[in-house]
Structures are given as C-alpha cells and as structure tokens.
Design a protein around this ligand. Sequence first.
Ligand code: NAD
Ligand code: ZN
Length: 383
Amino acid sequence: MAGVEGGVETVRVELGARGYDILIGEGLIGAAGAEIAARLPGARAAIITDDNVAAHHAPALAASLEAAGIDATTIAVRPGEKAKSFPVLEEVVDAVLAARLERGDAVIALGGGVVGDLAGFVSGIVRRGMKFVQVPTSLLAQVDSSVGGKTGINSARGKNLVGLFQQPALVLADTAALDTLPAREFRAGYAEVAKYGLIDRPDFFAWLEANWRAVFSGGPARSHAIAESCRAKAAVVARDEYEAGDRALLNLGHTFGHALEAATGYDSARLVHGEGVAVGMALAHRFSARLNLASPDEAARVEAHLAAVGLPVSTAQIPGALPGPERMLDYIAQDKKVSRGALTFILTRGIGRAFIAKDVAPAEVLAFLQSVMEPTMEPGAAR
Ligand code: NAD
Ligand code: ZN
C-alpha cells in the first residue's frame, strides 16, 4: 500500500498553502507531541475535548505533548451536540485566552465531530486565527468531520449555521482510540465510510461488503477503510474546498437523513446522525430506482449491506412515531439544499455513480415518501 510507513498511513489533502497530512494508524496519540512539534515548532497548545473522551485519552495526549516540550492546557466540555452553542463557545474562547495562548499556538481538538467543529471554530476566531490540529476519536470524525475544514456551531435556527472554513495543520487519526467508542457510535460512523463507496468508489463498496467484519474488529482492515475514506474525502475537498459544486456529493443520503434527524428532534436516543444517513442512503437509492435512474437490484444491495452491519434502512426502524410524508417533505424543503421550488438531491445511477440532481419536483418526493412510509395510525383510530 502506498504511503504506509511503520504501520502509519499518510493521506495528503492537496490545498496548496493550506494543504496538510492526515496520519492514520494505531497509537498515534502517543506520537502527537513529536508530530506537532515537527510542524509547529515552539507552539504551546490548548487541548479541547469532552468529558467522555478526556477520561479515556486526554492523559496520553497530554503526556505525549509534555514529552515533546509542548506546554498544554486541557479544556473539557460536556459531551453532546449542545456543546456546539454560543454559551459553550464563549466559555472555551475565554479559557483559551486565559491560558495566554497566541496566534502561533495550537488548538488541538481531541474528540468526535462535536469537539472538532467547536474547537476548529475557536481556533479560527481567537486572535483572528490560531493553528489547528485535529485528533479525531470517533469513526465519524476520523473519516469525515476532521477532514475538509468545515467548522462551526449550531444556531437556534438550525444546525451548523455559524462557522467558518478553517483547515487544520495536521490530522492524527489514532485507530486504537476507537476501541473505547460505543458500538452504536462506531456503526453510525460506518455509514459515512460506506457512503464514499456509494458516491464514486464501487470497488471500495464491494471490498466493504466482503470485509466489514474485519473493519469492525480493528487491525489493518479498519485502518485501510479509514485511509480509503480520507482519500475519498480529501479528493473531493481538493476539487471543491468551498462547496461551490462537487463537494455536495458528500451529502448523499443527507437530505433524507437531515429531515429524519429534525423530525426526531435531534434526540440521539432515537436517531444519531449516521443512522439517519443510513436510512437516507437507502431511500436515495430506492428513490433513484423509482425514477428509473438505477436498477432496483442495486438499491436492494445497498440496503442488504447497511442492514448486515446493523444500521437502519427504513423509516419503520426508527423508534417512536414520525410525522407523515407531507410533514417530512416540509423538513426536506427546510434543509439548506432548496432553490426556488425545485429540490436538490444526490441521486444515483447505481453503486458508485452518484450525481447532483438540481431539479427534483417536490411532488415526486412526496409520492415516493407516501410509497415507503408506513401510514401512521392515530391511537384508537381505525385504519
Ligand atoms: P460526537 O462528537 O458527539 O461523539 C459521539 C459520542 O462519542 C460522544 O458522546 C463522545 O463523547 C463520544 N466519543 C467520541 N470518541 C470517543 C472515544 N474514542 N471513546 C469513547 N467515547 C467517545 O459525535 P460525532 O458523531 O463524532 O460527530 C457528530 C458531529 O460532527 C455533528 O455535530 C455534526 O454536525 C458534525 N460533523 C461535521 C462535519 C464537518 O465536515 N465538519 C462532517 C460531519 C459531521
Ligand atoms: Zn454525515
């Protein structure tokens, strides 16, 4: 495999002066001090993390920084999406300033996508921009959110509405950190791994069908899946850093998925992001088959794989009642991918052949939703 050195694989994100390396391998948290000192000589650091991740991995990161002579402060927030908010942002900014860090110093995100998005935003605004390093610890963060430079917080008006593009100087994906990740979170992150195969890497999807058990149990197959996902995302980001075009392909499954997350009130007990994406990808393939763009066999193959790993593939598998198809269409229209009545969807001509469709008629979506959603029965009402 190209780029493997001592079990560590390097993926380069080609963005000219803003380009950076993603290192993937077991035990990289222990090497973080040396890797950061080599790239940001003389920098001090703030480790931003959450309480769950801090308990497992902050001491090892702090020790590695100390051994490399990097003076560091640890700032831990409460776990969960609520950390991506103005009040928590203010607390964290204050803590970074209180530690007297300067523009050339580093903000290190140690955690999942929540911590990465928050810490990246902090690094972009404190002193008009500090250095930023990602140490992603969830599968979703290792294959998706830590790569590409989108950072930010949520507003009462919606998710991810306040933020900036802030590329990291380095991403260190320690695959051993995933050993402490809850199984459900690992599965949810796997939905994004499968997504890259479905967008434009059909051979990778076939490899996942054959090797997913090894990916789930760890070792070289897991590292390979993460590296391949990072290569896929890095390629898209290099082509379209600011999402003027192609980068939208990464939203495969996300139009339906975001609508389902909104419809379940972002209640992680019912649905986490990756699960919404799994249902969304299954629906995007079924919808494409209904529009005669793709064969129903391919849609069935996608569903079979996602179901095999334990991900939900239909709205009926989401616990609790969902709003009906009309209301779901409202949620879809509220999602940011709307332009003048027609809806933008990522559709597909088959596995690995996704494309951006900008002119999907809302009536088509509604008819599709009516065909796939169970009719909801009011308690006590006759069908
Ligand atoms: P998360 O950060 O909330 O992590 C999920 C849970 O796992 C949390 O409870 C966390 O504390 C815990 N956890 C993380 N790593 C752990 C470990 N190694 N051991 C034990 N527990 C661990 O959620 P996530 O799924 O990683 O990320 C979701 C967020 O990412 C969302 O806010 C989403 O908007 C964002 N996101 C951003 C991008 C981007 O491009 N910036 C892309 C996709 C998603
Ligand atoms: Zn996603």
